[in-house]
Every structure is written in C-alpha cells, then in structure tokens.
Write a protein that binds this ligand. Structure first.
Ligand code: NAD
Length: 353
C-alpha cells in the first residue's frame, strides 16, 4: 500500500508527522514517501505542484496531505501560488467526490456554539461533488458590455453522468451507515439542479433500502442549525457543498477536529484536514493534529477498505479525548493542555493500549 505524504506548508509538517506516527504504529505494510507541495513545492522546484510530486501522487494508492498556503506567497503570480498546487492535484487525480464528516465527540459538546442537546450525538456525512458545477462551467469571465458596463459570468452545469457518479458515492456510503440520503438542490429555480433531483430519484431505485429525501439548499442551511441530527448523508453539488460543509463543520466546535477525503472513481483518494495551514501558529507545536489523524483513518476505510484499523484509530482519538488531553484550540478548564506532538503520542499510546 503506497501512500504519498505531502505535508505542505505552515502547520502541515507538524500535523502530518503525527498522522504518520499513528499509521506507523499500526504495523501495516505501508510504504510512505514524502514530497513537497504548495509553498514548499515552490521553494523546492519553483512550482506549487512539482512534476516529481505529481508523479509520486499518481503512482500512489492514496495521498495524505497537510495543508498549503502562507501569506508570504500572496504576491506571487496566480499560477505559482500554493493553492494552485492543491486545485491542480485534485483535478489531475480526478477527485470528484469530497467526503466531509461532521461528527461531534461528546467530550467536546461544550465547544459548539449550539446548545449541547441540539448537537450531541451529531454524525453527518456531507458528500460534495468537487470537479463540476459553477466553479468549472463555461462560459465564464468578466467582459465589458456595449454600454461600457462590466458583466461577470459563471455557468452552472452538470451532466447526467456527473450527477450519477456522485449520487452513487452517497448511496454506497449511506448503505454502510443509517441508510438515509438527503439530496440538496435548488430545483424550484435552477434547471441544473432540477436535473440533479431527477437523476437522484432514478438512481435511488437501485438502492431500495436507502430512504431518499430532497431539500432546497436554503432550507438545508437552516435545518443544519435548527435540527442537525435529522441528517445522515447529505449529497450536493460543488457550490452548495462548499458552503454547507463549512457550516456543518462549525456545529462541531473546532476546525482542528475535522478530516476529509476526496475520492476518484476507483476509491483512490486524497486525505486531508478540513482546515488550512494556520500560519499564525505554525512552528509552535501547538496545532491540533486530530483532523489529520482522523483523515488517515478515512484513508484506511475508503481506499484500503480496512474498517478495523480505521475504527482503531478513531477509538484511540476518542480515548485520548476521554482521558482529558486537549490541544489549545479545544482546551477547556479541567482538561490537560498538550502540544501537537503530545496529542499525537496520546493517540498512539491509546492505540497500543
Ligand atoms: P486556517 O484554517 O489555516 O486557519 C483559521 C484559524 O483556525 C486560525 O486561527 C488557525 O490558527 C486555526 N486553526 C486551523 N487549523 C488548526 C489546527 N489544526 N489546530 C489549531 N488551530 C487551527 O485558515 P486561514 O487562516 O483562512 O488560511 C491560512 C492559509 O491556509 C491561507 O494561505 C489559505 O489559503 C490556506 N488554506 C489552505 C487550505 C488547504 O490547504 N486545504 C484550506 C484553507 C485555507
């Protein structure tokens, strides 16, 4: 099992090191090779996605990524900026399905801004389409009209096959969970999502055990705050998913806890925390490594089909939290404040206990 390890920038190297230690602690037959991406790629090879890094990622079964970006690169030409490396690798690897769980650990219920009774027990999987929709549709651009006024254009479009393949990912995941899929659209106004809804209904016939429901995106945004526990799997397009997954992530209190997976059609995937490179705390050994460690668990589950070891990592994270270990971002009085590496060690020792 080959894993390309791409730590990236900012806190990336610190948090990825902890995830690598945990994976190593499982004593599996994993071949992990490191390469630079983002600002680190630019420094090493003048390119945020160096050819050698892309080659390594293409040859690997899975990619473990930290995060990219630093304000010091903001003045670079657009194609040289760290974030470009990330967009390119997602596209090059055809990672069309983004999975973002929003799961609230009981120990962290007080970290959420919502009432504990609204969020405790929360366990949602948001499945977002990642390579289509208004972010990629043509025509696009800013042009000047005949009257001299400027006009901006983006095009929302989805083909039937694109909708079907992301729908299938959502239904398959629901089969392994509580067998409920809520498809989010704006079918009352947008034809693209009217088709989205039709295709989801057609596809649902192949999954008779799964209960399919539909919700307009504006209502979904509201329901996520009002009664988030009604959801099991949510599936939606790129732009709606971008917004809803960030909203859902905040139900759980800290961005430092949230893993993600981006998959291709063969379950090859790139696994990364949902947060960025946090340059403000980089190099201080205080970042929360749990989102990255939980991303490694997702890697075992979705790419390597190793549910047992994925659960082992997740249980070790739960134990570390239950034992009171907290990095600064999730610290509350009465718990034990630890550094990034100490949290990694706490998970590792829970794994071995
Ligand atoms: P960010 O997610 O990096 O940080 C937001 C806030 O959350 C900061 O206060 C940070 O200290 C904190 N934070 C984030 N992760 C944490 C962790 N694991 N533990 C403790 N605290 C944590 O977002 P930002 O500040 O808007 O962006 C910083 C840089 O990251 C930018 O260059 C941006 O482009 C980049 N970025 C990269 C990704 C990615 O690589 N996927 C995603 C978002 C932002």
């Amino acid at each position: 099992m080959k894993i390309a390890v791409l730590p990236g920038d900012g806190i990336g190297p610190e948090i990825v090191a902890q995830a690598v230690n945990v994976l190593t602690g499982l004593n599996l037959n994993l071949e992990m090779t490191e390469a630079p991406i983002g600002g680190a790629g630019y420094e090493a090879a003048g390119d945020p996605l160096p050819d050698a890094t892309l080659k390594l990622a293409k040859e690997a079964d899975a990619v473990l990524l930290g995060a990219v970006g630093d304000w010091k690169y903001d003045k670079l030409e657009r194609h040289l900026r760290p974030e470009r490396g990330l967009l390119r690798i997602r596209k090059e690897l055809n990672l069309f399905a983004n999975l973002r769980p929003a799961l609230l650990y009981p120990e962290l219920a007080s970290a959420s801004t919502l009432k504990p009774e609204v969020v405790s027990g929360l366990d949602i999987m948001i499945v977002r389409e990642l390579t289509g929709d208004i972010y990629f549709g043509q025509p696009r651009g800013i042009s000047t009209l005949e009257n001299g006024e400027r006009e901006g254009i983006n095009t929302m479009r989805y083909s039937e096959s694109e909708i079907k393949r992301i729908g299938r990912v959502a239904f398959e995941i629901a089969m392994k969970r509580n067998k409920k899929v809520c498809s989010v659209d704006k079918a009352n106004v947008l034809e693209t999502t009217e088709l989205w809804r039709q295709v989801m209904i057609e596809l649902s016939k192949e999954y008779p055990e799964v209960e399919l429901s539909h919700m307009y995106v504006d209502n979904a945004a509201m329901q996520l705050i009002r009664a988030p526990k009604q959801f099991d799997v949510m599936v939606t397009g790129n732009i709606f998913g971008d917004i809803l997954s960030d909203e859902a992530s905040m139900l759980t209190g800290s961005i430092g806890m949230l893993p993600s997976a981006s998959l291709d059609a063969n379950n090859k995937g790139m696994y990364e925390p949902s947060h960025g490179s946090a340059p403000d705390i980089a190099g201080k050994n205080i970042a929360n490594p749990l989102a990255t460690i939980l991303s490694a668990a997702m890697m075992l589950r979705y790419t390597f089909n190793d549910e047992a070891n994925a659960t082992r990592i997740e249980s070790a994270v739960k134990k570390a939290l239950a034992d009171g270990y907290r990095t600064a971002d999730i610290y509350t009085e009465g718990t034990k404040k630890v550094t990034c590496s100490e949290m990694g060690e706490a998970v590792l020792s829970a794994l071995k206990s």
